[in-house]
Design a protein around this ligand. Structure first.
Ligand code: ZN
Length: 68
């Protein structure tokens, strides 16, 4: 079970057709919205599916870096 926050970058088992397996979290709710970091395409999947697909948290924006 992953703790998911907006702006997180995850490596997923799911590889997008563009070749990237890295995704940015753009929506957190019953469904997780993910933007492909390779091509910018946004997909949504149920949180339960996300938990199976997520491999590793790559980067997390801290409140400091988000404040801007
Ligand atoms: Zn892509």
């Amino acid at each position: 079970m992953f703790d998911v926050q907006l702006g997180d970058h995850f490596q997923l088992r799911k590889t997008h057709p563009c070749g990237s397996d890295r995704w940015e979290v753009v929506r957190v709710g019953a469904d997780i919205g993910l933007k492909c970091l390779g091509c910018g395409r946004v997909v949504q999947m149920p949180r339960s599916q996300f938990n199976r697909q997520a491999k590793k948290l790559i980067a997390r924006q801290t409140p400091d870096s988000r404040g801007g």
